[in-house]
Design a protein around this ligand. Structure first.
Ligand code: WT7
Length: 654
């Protein structure tokens, strides 16, 4: 393989795909030159209750800043994901659920089944006083009830706020408080790789210190664990849905009414509640799911089996486990477990078991499986596979080649989809029938997306083959609309760095063919196993420990996780900087935030490199963490250049 490997579109793909190269060019040009016309047509993929007459009302400029799409139209996204498919596809599987333990019973919910469950649960929400415009917190594992709860919220116009089931009680409590929800949906326990996760106990703990307004906790009985129920607050899901009606008419929702909030980490402060609305987001998920995965029924009308392995706690699960595939009447596989349980063949066994045609996963999982050797893959068939997807972080060419050659046996195009929680769905990605592939490049923009590169310091637009900060020049329907409760922070975070443009936080290179190569975050966000972690959040958690005086956290390269977490810690005077304390701090962070924030390295530092004005020079800390110590750059502006020598001498991994 050369560095410049290119994999052209096969003629079979070019001749049969929804979008071929010529169609891509034509549609892309139209989407930019005539956005009103393009989106007026594209939005017809959803059923509208009151058709919109307005299409695009957006400005990234400070004086008339605002983002709205289709804003005089009304619709219901739950009806778009369910009701409209019933007549023709009522008995088609909507969700195939594969449990953590392969010997346990799986579940297949047809569109009729899912519709009934959603209507029943929507009535439960109503009976518990949830009204349109309210927020509902969902803290569930990967079980069908998670999709049911989401769609039930959408049905009655309540916004869901899903908190990943791996987050700690502390993190959960903070998120419940921030969006002021009065109701939490959870399960007795989650199951991952045979391990039990005490979800209900976590909720109980979260509600002890936070979220005192929560008056109802609805609990799915999943593992059957014996858990305490607070009679005045807690109810069982199965009892509640059995008690009510199975009929629930979908509410009429304005296109710009909130659909959900999802918390994500930024470079400063607490996680932000990314707010998405209904119409534009629905159009974006449905469109990108169809085009990126070439998703449509087989010639005989049956569904392609589609599997996105992301958790519903992340935006990928929102857009590509639930809303995109179901809006398109698809069959979405939902997997409760992990790639290495009971063994490293699990993903490929599931693909064979259900004849999965489209598989979408994160590079971190692929890297972890790759190092176990090809045998776990090649002992399975995988003949059903047609398209492979990658998401969440840059995929290194080595992992790309392995995915392509070993998993896909050179038959399956890889769609390396670049996007963000904020963007709602795919922004830069190959299309299987249209785009020649280059391993490691997310390639070219989705319809309506205008990526550009700017000089990070000057903010000027850069032309041609070059590298810079990645911005988007104009709005697209799936764009987030606000940060919940802090619209000013929304503007400041994304539109003030480079005025008039949306700043992604990513660095990027563009090659001579106009392909985009994401190089990673250029702000203080690190990407651990495809999950975003704010260095500031980990620092805040560390300094809460009584023995920590100061902490600085940076990313470090990590073979499997992409990036790991490297923490420099200054302890309070008189502390014994022992290995025991190191372990204690690691546990402390896990407890404060959750296992995904586990520091990989803790280095005790008597002092941190600071400028004379007291600002920590992270550049130096990053270099040391990367083990790139030959070129630390200019250290003469440091208040005390001596601290660097100490940091170098005491590197735990040196
Ligand atoms: C950040 C967004 C995409 C949804 C899941 C993560 C990085 C994402 C890619 C990719 C290179 C990628 C970026 C981005 N990222 N996809 N295909 N190639 N980098 O969403 O948690 O909001 O994180 O993930 O750095 O800014 P998120």
């Amino acid at each position: 393989m050369s560095d410049n490997a290119v994999y052209p579109v096969s003629s079979e793909w070019a001749n049969n795909a929804i979008i071929d190269a010529a169609t891509y060019d034509e549609k892309y040009r139209r989407s930019i030159e005539d956005p009103e016309g393009f989106w007026r047509e594209e939005a017809q993929r959803l059923d509208w209750i009151k058709p919109f007459t307005q299409v695009k009302g957006t400005s990234f400029d400070q004086q008339d800043f605002g983002i709205r799409w289709f804003w005089d139209g009304t619709l219901n996204l739950s009806a778009n994901c369910l009701d409209r498919h019933l007549e023709t596809h009522g008995n088609t599987p909507a969700i195939i659920w594969e449990p953590d333990d392969p010997t346990s019973r799986n579940r297949i919910l047809t569109y009729n089944d899912l519709h009934e469950q959603v209507c029943r649960f929507a009535n439960v929400l109503k009976a518990n006083g949830v009204t349109k415009g309210e927020r509902v917190t969902i803290y569930l594992p990967m079980i069908p009830e998670a999709a049911v709860a989401m769609l039930a919220c959408a049905r009655i116009g309540a916004a869901h706020s899903i908190v990943f089931a791996g987050f700690s009680p502390e993190a959960l409590g903070g998120r419940i408080d921030d969006c002021a929800s009065t109701i939490v949906i959870t399960a007795d326990e989650g199951l991952r790789g045979g391990k039990r996760i005490p979800l209900k106990a976590n909720v109980d703990e979260a509600l002890e210190h936070h979220a005192r307004d929560v008056s109802r906790v609805i609990v799915v009985q999943h593992t059957g664990a014996d858990i305490p129920m607070d009679e005045s607050r807690d109810v069982w899901w199965h009892e509640a849905i059995a008690a009510g009606s199975h009929i629930c008419e979908p509410e009429e929702i304005n296109a710009e009414d909130p659909l959900f909030i999802l918390y994500t980490s930024g470079s400063t402060g607490k996680p932000k509640g990314v707010l998405h609305t209904t119409g534009g987001y629905g159009v974006w998920c449905s469109m990108t799911h169809e085009y990126t995965f070439d998703y449509r029924p087989h010639a005989d009308g049956s569904n392609q089996i589609y599997w996105c392995a992301a958790d519903i706690g992340w935006v990928t699960g929102h857009s590509y486990v639930v809303y995109g595939p179901l809006a398109n009447g698809g069959t979405s596989l939902m997997f409760e477990g992990v790639p290495n349980y009971p063994d490293f063949s699990r993903f490929w066994h599931i693909i064979d078991k259900y004849q999965v045609e489209i598989f979408y996963a994160a590079p971190t999982a692929l890297r972890a499986l790759m190092r176990e050797g090809d045998d776990y893959v090649t002992r399975t068939s995988r003949k059903s596979l047609k398209v492979l997807g990658s998401v969440g972080e840059p995929i290194n060419p080595e992992a790309w080649e392995w995915y392509y050659n070993v998993v896909g046996e050179k038959r399956c195009p890889i769609v390396d989809t670049w996007w963000q929680t904020e963007t709602g769905g795919h922004m830069i990605t190959p299309l299987p029938g249209a785009t020649a592939l280059k391993p490691g490049s997310a390639s070219r923009p989705m319809f309506g997306v205008q990526p550009a590169l700017v000089d990070p310091e000057k903010g000027t637009l850069l032309e041609g083959a070059t590298e810079g900060a990645l911005v988007i020049l104009d709005s697209w329907p799936g764009q987030m609309r606000s940060i919940f409760g802090d619209h000013e922070r929304f503007f400041q975070t994304y539109f003030s760095t480079y005025p008039g443009m949306y700043f992604t936080g990513d660095g990027c290179r563009r090659d001579e063919d106009g392909y985009y190569w994401i190089t990673g975050r250029i702000d203080d966000v690190i990407n651990v196993s495809g999950h975003r972690m704010g260095t500031a959040e980990v620092e805040s958690a560390l300094v809460l420990h009584p023995k920590v005086a100061e902490a600085a956290v940076v990313g470090m390269p990590h073979d499997v996780k992409g990036q790991g977490i490297y923490a420099y810690v200054t302890t309070v005077a008189g502390t014994d900087d022992s290995d025991e304390l190191r372990r204690e701090l690691v546990q402390w962070v896990r407890k404060e935030i959750g296992p995904i924030a586990t520091p990989d390295v803790v280095q005790f530092a008597p002092g941190l490199p600071k400028t004379r004005s007291g600002k920590i020079m992270r550049r130096i800390l990053r270099k040391i963490a990367e083990n790139d110590v030959g070129n630390l750059g200019d250290t003469s502006t440091l208040a005390d250049p001596g601290v660097v020598d100490d940091l170098l001498a005491n590197r735990p991994h040196a």
